[in-house]
Write a protein that binds this ligand. Structure first.
Ligand code: NAD
Length: 363
């Protein structure tokens, strides 16, 4: 029988990143001790910021720590990375353990990038860096990112207990950062049906977890769903690559120093509005995952319920930056974006996001 391949509908290449994920509330210390032993490591370098030290102490209670490195700075300045690498080398470290948000994971990745040391990551926000092989470094105020499997943590330990202390406002912004990974994965440069399935489940988990913890920050099931959704979102994003949303936010964070999670939480509605009608199948999946008939309505209803970040003006962006941001972003727009993007489009999108106006005007 001859097969008519012109009727085929599924053709893609999907790469699974290899890492062990241990999920269990109240089990981080036990899981960490197990993993350190499994790796045969004896010289642990702990990386945790000042605000994360109490959590780190709890998590490392059952292991010996040779060095406790706490000089964590957002966006990983190269000087900090070089200092941390030297500390790792001088102390003959054989495993890195990071306990904290994306900034802390980012520093561990910067150390692993050069030393090739394995990382055990214990994330305490919903940024998702622990599930990607993407690193970032800032040199002379310019942020560079790259991909290297050596920075992918060998093991991720999720413990919802550690996220209870994350303030609600930051939890909302961080959860919407995860949501942005999901939505951008629907049309990123390497989007495929597996990324889209993970992203859809991520949207459902995040959109049920966020209202639960806004209602009660100590709602354990809600906190667990958020970590689960954050992981799915990052796996989808690592595979699909940066879409239009991430390109815009990368410029806003890197060149204009806007805060990471809040910027993602704000810009997402505008990119979704801009792209959705040009990507009807993806939009339908997003809408269904929100339990809505319309993707933008689903996101906006959630954002209203969460009192989510609304306008970039609240985070230090001004109209003076729009022309430069639009210009830098235009060069980075992925060729496969569902809709053609012009300077005029980016100017309109950034203006709307700056002012917090109704995103539906971008459709
Ligand atoms: P963050 O790590 O800077 O954390 C924000 C604040 O929350 C910090 O003060 C931190 O100490 C505090 N915090 C963290 N966990 C806490 C907890 N459980 N309780 C109380 N306070 C807590 O912010 P973030 O949004 O997690 O990470 C942002 C950084 O991660 C950015 O630099 C971004 O570029 C990077 N990132 C990288 C990737 C990647 O794939 N490489 C993906 C996502 C984010």
């Amino acid at each position: 029988m001859t097969i008519d391949s012109s009727t085929a509908t599924l053709e893609f290449e999907y790469i699974t990143l290899g890492q062990r994920v241990l999920f269990g509330t109240g089990k981080a210390a036990e899981h960490l001790a197990q993993e350190v032993q499994r790796l045969g490591a004896t010289r642990v370098m702990l990386i945790a910021g000042d605000m994360e030290q109490a959590m780190a102490e709890q998590v490392t209670a059952q292991i010996e720590v040779v060095v406790n490195y706490s000089n964590v700075v957002m966006h990983v300045p190269i000087e900090v990375a070089q200092d941390a690498r030297a500390v790792a080398r001088d102390n003959a470290i054989d495993v890195l353990v990071c306990v904290g948000g994306g900034s802390t994971t980012g520093l561990a990745k910067a150390v692993a990038l050069e030393t090739r040391l394995p990382i055990i990551a214990v994330p305490t926000t919903y940024a998702g860096s622990e599930a990607t092989n993407v690193w970032g470094l800032t040199e002379a105020s310019r942020k560079t990112t790259g991909v290297d499997d050596a920075v992918l943590p060998t093991t991720v330990i999720y413990d919802a207990d550690l996220t209870m202390s994350l303030p609600v406002e930051l939890s909302v912004a961080s959860g919407l950062n995860g949501m942005a990974h999901c939505i951008d994965s629907m049309w990123g440069p390497r989007a495929d049906p597996i990324n889209q399935a993970l992203a859809a489940e991520g949207i459902a988990a995040l959109s049920s977890g966020l209202p639960a913890i806004v209602n009660d920050p100590y709602d354990l099931a809600g906190r667990e769903r958020l970590l689960y959704g954050a992981y799915l979102s990052a796996v989808a994003f690592a595979s699909a690559g940066s879409g239009l949303h991430h390109k815009i936010c990368h410029v806003l964070g890197g060149t204009f120093d806007l805060p990471h999670a809040q910027t993602h939480a704000t810009v997402l509605a505008y990119v979704l509005a801009f792209n959705m009608d040009a990507a009807p199948q993806a939009s339908q999946r997003i809408a269904t995952a929100f339990g809505s008939t319309d993707a933008l309505a689903g996101l906006q209803n959630l954002r209203t319920a969460l009192d989510a970040p609304r306008k970039l003006a609240d985070y230090g962006f001004t109209a003076d930056g729009i022309a430069e941001a639009a210009e830098i972003t235009l060069d980075a727009v992925p060729a496969n974006n569902p809709r053609t993007v012009t300077i005029k489009d980016l100017t309109q999108l950034l203006t709307a996001a700056l002012e917090g106006s109704d995103p539906s005007v971008l459709r």
